[in-house]
Design a protein around this ligand. Structure first.
Ligand code: FAD
Length: 279
């Protein structure tokens, strides 16, 4: 069973627990992206197991009235094994989701995977319009070109600052420069798309920018945040009529995800310490 310390960031070890979490978020007007935890599989058997789990998850989501969609990771569905295997699974998951009227989001991992992930997204989105969304990262210098490339692709784009340490040759490494690129990319998306814009950020400045641009351009957009991070803000935004979607991971492989959340921010580390000490 999931220990209480991880409950803040992880929705449970099973899909059933994640569905309970989704229902309680839906009650507060917040939609949920369900992500089965798992990444960097080099054994095809691990890949096949999670792909099968996603097919079942799609059927299970479709059989409920939940405001929920599915969120996959490239290295979970085969990218560390081969690009062909990854493309085959990305395609099969989105086709299955399309048959069941369920939406699929795909994360973006380190910069070595950007080409394979984006190429596959573009193909799959053209075959299954408005069934899939892809994350892009503003810390990468290439991202403006990538945004131009996908401007007319019928799939959603989630723009984030970027979570991977990348070399200076291909990425902005100073926080202020990443923020500048992020503002530019958010603005570009609102100026060039009238739907399918997602801003994945907890940064109040970026959320305000998205709201202002949304009003200005009439764009259909959503704000995405992680489970356990600024949940009060998530509720406030939803209460004010903003489309808020929460990324909620679940599954037995929660430990490394939990450590990542704890390491990235002092407040989260203090939370973990207090939970360990029982205070
Ligand atoms: P930061 O730059 O970390 O913080 C800016 C400000 O936001 C802070 O000063 C503070 O005011 C506020 N803030 C941030 N965190 C907190 C907190 N815990 N409590 C209170 N205030 C806070 N990255 C990828 O590389 N690939 C992905 O596929 C990907 N998917 C993501 C999906 C979602 C839904 C989200 C929310 C993020 C995703 N990320 C992904 C991570 C992203 O790239 C950033 O690393 C992460 O979101 C931190 O940047 P930030 O914009 O939230 O704000």
């Amino acid at each position: 069973m999931l220990p209480p310390i991880a409950n803040r960031f992880v929705a449970g070890e099973t899909a059933a627990a994640a569905f309970d979490h989704a229902r309680s978020m839906n009650d507060d007007g917040i939609g949920v992206l369900l992500n089965l935890l798992g990444e960097h599989y080099d054994d095809p058997e691990d890949v096949e197991a999670d792909v099968a789990a996603y097919h079942t998850l799609i059927e299970d989501v479709a059989s409920t009235d939940l405001d929920a969609c599915v969120s996959i990771k490239p290295s979970q569905i085969g990218l560390d094994v081969s690009e062909d295997l990854f493309a085959e699974h990305y395609r099969s998951i989105v086709a299955h989701a399309n048959d069941h009227d369920v939406f699929v989001w795909c994360d973006m991992e380190d910069a070595d995977t950007t080409d394979a992930t984006l190429d596959t997204f573009v193909d799959v989105a053209r075959d299954h319009p408005w069934t899939v969304g892809q994350c892009l990262q503003s810390n990468l210098k290439r991202t403006r070109d990538d945004l131009e490339r996908v401007a007319d692709v019928p799939g959603a784009i989630r723009i984030v600052k970027g979570a991977y340490d990348e070399p200076e040759s291909i990425a902005y490494t100073e926080k202020s420069r990443v923020n500048e690129a992020y503002r530019d990319d958010i603005t570009f998306l609102f100026e060039h798309r009238d739907r399918g814009v997602a801003v994945g950020s907890h940064d109040p400045e970026m959320v305000s920018l998205a709201r202002r641009l949304g009003e200005e351009h009439g764009t259909d957009y959503e704000i995405q945040m992680l489970m356990g991070v600024r949940e009060d803000a998530q509720r406030d935004l939803a209460a004010q009529g903003v489309d808020v979607q929460q990324y909620a991971p679940y599954g037995r492989k929660w430990l490394s995800y939990f450590y990542r959340r704890v390491r990235e921010r002092k407040g989260n580390a203090l939370f973990a310490l207090r939970a360990i000490l029982g205070r």
